[in-house]
Design a protein around this ligand. Structure first.
Ligand code: FEO
Length: 392
């Protein structure tokens, strides 16, 4: 338990146990499930934690509350990493009123069964806790359709559900004023790319909605509480949600026997020789797609290569392309290269991918049949140079 503002407490937990978030995305640095308590004349809890961490969560609640009870549970997001402790919470506080919009309440009943005491809120409605007045702003699809933001007008705290969240457990502190968050922004971007990146339009609508508010503190459901870095995190969200990436390139390749890997090296060399310093090269068989996606949000060029495999794309390359397409990545330029032994399909498939996803294809895909030649190496370097020129 930690006090983060007058009457406002952090009661979240760290998950350093799960290897995968959503049983899918690697979290080598863990993740936090954040929950917040407003201790006023009445007591409101904002979101809970994943069910497996309920004992630690309840211990923090008890420390913070003493003999007092939770009067309201505000549910900004129903996904079970935040709602998972609701059943136990209701057993402990059976009179607790669950606060959410119509969709929230319907989804909660679907997950957990009948809720006896509920308070349904709509856009602009508020909850008066005594000194603190919490107003509600709907933020649909800032991950799930029921998501809403809760804004404590008294302390200037925006409870933002998954928005502004980050992978990475909280190492001893909670707020960005007590933690060194300089190394965390990569994980914040990977979180955005993995979880929210598909919903750039909805993120922008939510950002616009809260832009007139005086925000002293942003409390996401994951990662640090943002205080002094609010301008920075807002600026990053503005850029990511508008797909406004910087001058740089991601080269992602699949390779069975090394030919496309060597082609990737030549493309990277061509980019650097042409003056692009920000180049990330990934072997898709060895780097989880979330890390590559994160850099796709960071850099404006994406160059993809792979071997023809069973008359199609190499499986990990195909997974990456699917993930990129799902995010609706915009404003990117695209380069392609590939290798085949007897019948090449990579070039035309990648060309079609660029067309289908609104990416400007740079030059023609470079294709290698069987072995690399000096001429093909030069073509790869020229592809890198052409991508660099297109980035200028
Ligand atoms: Fe952290 Fe969408 O749940």
């Amino acid at each position: 338990m930690k006090k983060i503002a007058e009457d406002v407490f952090y009661v979240g937990v760290n998950d350093r146990v799960s290897p995968l978030f959503e049983n899918y995305i690697p979290i080598p640095e863990g993740v936090s499930y954040n929950s917040y308590l407003i201790k006023d004349e009445t007591v409101a809890l904002v979101d809970t934690v994943e069910a497996g961490f309920a004992p630690e969560f309840f211990s923090k609640l008890d420390d913070c509350l003493g003999e007092r009870k939770v009067d309201y549970l505000i549910v900004d997001h129903v996904e079970p990493d935040h709602s998972g402790s609701i059943v136990q919470l209701l057993m402990k506080y059976p009179k607790m009123v669950v606060v959410g919009n119509a969709r929230t309440l319907s989804m909660l009943e679907g997950f957990y069964g009948y809720l006896e005491n509920t308070y349904e809120v709509k856009e602009g409605d508020y909850l008066n806790l005594g000194k603190h007045v919490v107003r509600f702003y709907m933020a649909p699809m800032v991950h799930w359709p029921e998501v809403m933001f809760s804004y404590d007008e008294t302390s200037g705290t925006l409870f933002s559900a998954d928005a502004f969240g980050s992978f990475g457990a909280l190492n001893g502190g909670v707020t960005d004023t007590e933690l060194d968050v300089s190394g965390l922004y990569g994980e914040t971007r990977r979180y955005y790319a993995s979880i929210i990146g598909k919903y750039g339009t909805q993120v922008r609508l939510a950002l616009k909605k809260v832009s007139p508010l005086k925000i002293n503190m942003i409390c996401s459901t994951h990662g640090p509480v943002w205080k002094e870095a609010i301008p920075k995190i807002m600026e990053l969200y503005d850029g990511w949600s508008s797909y406004n990436a910087s001058r740089g390139a991601v080269i992602a390749y699949g390779s069975m026997y090394g030919h496309t890997r060597e082609m990737a090296e030549e493309v990277a060399r061509g980019l650097v020789e042409a003056g692009v310093r920000s180049v990330s090269v990934y072997d898709v068989s060895h780097t989880d797609v979330s890390y590559i996606l994160s850099d796709v949000f960071r850099y404006r060029a994406l160059v993809v290569g792979g071997p023809t495999y069973m008359n199609g794309m190499y499986p990990y390359v195909e997974s990456l392309l699917e993930a990129v397409a799902h995010r609706g990545i915009k404003n990117h330029i695209f380069g392609a290269f590939g290798e085949f032994s007897w019948g090449g399909v990579v070039g035309k498939t990648l060309r079609q991918f660029a067309a289908d996803n609104g990416m400007a294809l740079v030059g023609e895909p470079v294709e290698c049949k069987q072995g690399l030649t000096p001429g093909l190496r030069e073509q790869c370097r020229m592809l890198g140079k052409a991508v660099a020129d297109a980035l200028a």
